[in-house]
Design a protein around this ligand. Structure first.
Ligand code: NDP
Length: 251
């Protein structure tokens, strides 16, 4: 069931005046979201680990006449709390507020039984998918508080709502993502301008999906672009009354 209101359509400039940070903005769903937000008027801050991919997204936005994006090359597998505090400080020197934060970057890890999962890979998955999201959110809270209305969206998964064999650390990291969302939403919902939700994209034709299901014809699943109205809605003020919800972009 979609959570979009009946007849809801994104309005052309509805994200004008907003600054939105997207993690994993160089590829897949994060890239589509960054381009879509920019096409609807937002200034986007592109965070990701492969600078060349971020530059390609930057170039597309400039070519389309969008607001000049920011590029933040960051490997979330290696980033420290101090790095992210420093990043937030630099951002605060150049922009007055942050209106939205899309936690999208994740790694899949190995599709293996827990009995065979390497502890090192487990830690890496938790670092990228959970710890970095916690640390980045905490560092950016003061800037989110400066926005009239701010939206934090965590990216979940079906296996973060119902555990499934062989999804290992990835599934557990997505349960943790849901927990992070719930705690933060409960803390901020009544007392701040910040709303916090999670979004399960469902099966989407990206590199991650193709890796997880190598035998599946890629066209089985929608492209990220085909689903973008859900991300647009959650970053627009039209979702101002939604907080603490575990949402899905596909039924
Ligand atoms: P992709 O693998 O296609 O893209 C993931 C993005 O995250 C890439 O841009 C990647 O950067 C970035 N990233 C990965 N590791 C790091 C890191 N250490 N530091 C910074 N950036 C990093 O995945 P999807 O677009 O498919 O997934 C997006 C989100 O949606 C994820 O949270 C995923 O769990 C979730 N999801 C996806 C589903 C699907 O069917 N596609 C289903 C359910 C959930 P780079 O390009 O440089 O590698």
């Amino acid at each position: 069931m979609t959570f979009l209101p009946d007849q809801w359509r994104p309005q052309p400039n509805m994200l004008a005046e907003k600054t939105l940070l997207i993690t994993g903005a160089g590829d897949g769903i994060g890239k589509a979201a960054a381009l879509s937000f920019a096409r609807h008027g937002a200034e986007v801050l592109l965070l990701g680990r492969t600078e060349a991919k971020l530059e390609a997204v930057y170039d597309t936005i400039i070519a389309e006449g969008g607001a000049v994006p920011g590029i933040i090359p960051t490997d979330l597998a290696k980033v420290s709390h101090d790095d992210l505090i420093a990043l937030a400080g630099e951002l605060a020197n150049s922009i007055p507020k942050l209106d939205g934060l899309l936690h999208n970057a994740s790694i899949l890890g190995d599709r293996k039984p827990l009995a065979q999962t390497s502890a090192a890979l487990w830690h890496q998955i938790m670092q990228v998918n959970v710890n970095a999201a916690f640390m980045l959110t905490q560092a950016l809270l003061p800037m989110l508080e400066q926005a009239p209305l701010a939206s934090v969206v965590f990216t979940s998964s079906g296996v973060g709502r119902q555990g499934r064999a062989f999804w290992g650390g990835y599934a557990v990291s997505k349960f943790a993502t849901e927990g992070l969302m719930q705690v933060l939403a409960d803390e901020l919902g009544e007392t701040s301008n910040i709303r916090v939700n999670s979004l399960n994209p469902g099966a989407v034709n990206t590199a991650m999906r193709r890796t997880a299901y190598p035998a599946e014809p890629p066209q089985t699943n929608p492209s990220p672009e085909a689903l973008m109205q859900h991300w647009l809605f959650l970053m627009s003020d039209d979702s101002r009354n939604i907080n603490g919800e575990a949402l899905s972009a596909q039924s």
